[in-house]
Design a protein around this ligand. Structure first.
Ligand code: SF4
Length: 234
């Protein structure tokens, strides 16, 4: 635990909101505690094949898994293959996913991704990071999720807004770029833990280390977290 209250930075970046000390030496202890706390950390998007997982993950940006599951319940009955999305009327697809937010860009990306999947991969979702990130709307975060959950291939760590915020507050990274945060976390984690780190940090971010008001007083890693003094002191 740091002795002095860290200086507040003028930066608007969440990760460098305060000058949070480097805390990577405590990673193993932090990880053990979080792993024990969130033994039930499982992905909550519903899907039954790689294409459905890809679409659900693209849709999940800026939305909640509960909302996405409501939308995909009907969506997956209507669009069953890459050909269905590729040939979809764009206005109709937009209407079908409207409630997920950013529906225009999501519909455009899903349709274009389906067309590329047909053109380059015979209608099957590709199984490598290099190929997946060529698809519109698919970055490393989505690709990591699809590789791990649909194919059992652990390539890296999916970094979303919760992973970004929590790992920054814990002093495990000073980066704000998700690719660099992923590299930082991968340099600390054991290979067998790569798959569960993302989901565990997401659960912690949703339940305890919330964006606006982190619940440090009930946090299992508060004794090891350099940010606790900032928020508990507020
Ligand atoms: S102590 Fe507070 S800031 Fe640190 S991880 Fe826990 S909830 Fe987040």
């Amino acid at each position: 635990m740091p002795e002095k209250k860290p200086r507040k930075s003028t930066s608007k970046e969440v990760l460098i909101e305060y000058d949070i000390p480097d805390n990577r030496h405590n990673f193993d202890r932090i990880w053990d505690l979080l792993k024990e706390e969130y033994t039930d950390a499982k992905p909550s998007l519903n899907y039954s094949n790689p294409l459905e997982l890809l679409v659900a993950t693209v849709l999940s940006a800026q939305s909640t898994d509960v909302q996405i599951n409501k939308v995909t319940e009907n969506l997956f009955k209507k669009y069953r293959t890459a050909w269905d999305y590729a040939s979809a009327d764009i206005r109709e697809l937009e209407a079908d996913i409207y409630s997920t937010g950013f529906y225009k860009s999501k519909a455009k990306n899903i349709k274009a991704a389906a067309q590329l999947i047909i053109k380059n991969y015979g209608g099957e979702v590709p199984q490598t990071m290099e190929e997946l990130v060529t698809l519109p709307g698919v970055g490393r975060k989505t690709a990591n999720i699809v590789l791990a959950r649909a194919f059992g291939i652990i390539e890296g760590i999916a970094v979303d807004t919760h992973v970004k915020r929590v790992s920054g507050r814990l002093g495990l990274t000073r980066n704000s770029d998700p690719v660099k945060i992923e590299q930082d976390l991968m340099s600390l984690a054991r290979k067998e833990d790569l798959d569960s780190i993302s989901m565990t940090l997401i659960h912690h971010g949703r339940k305890v280390c919330q964006a606006r008001k982190p619940r440090c007083s009930i946090c299992v890693v508060k004794e090891l977290c350099p940010s606790s003094i900032i928020f508990i002191g507020e």
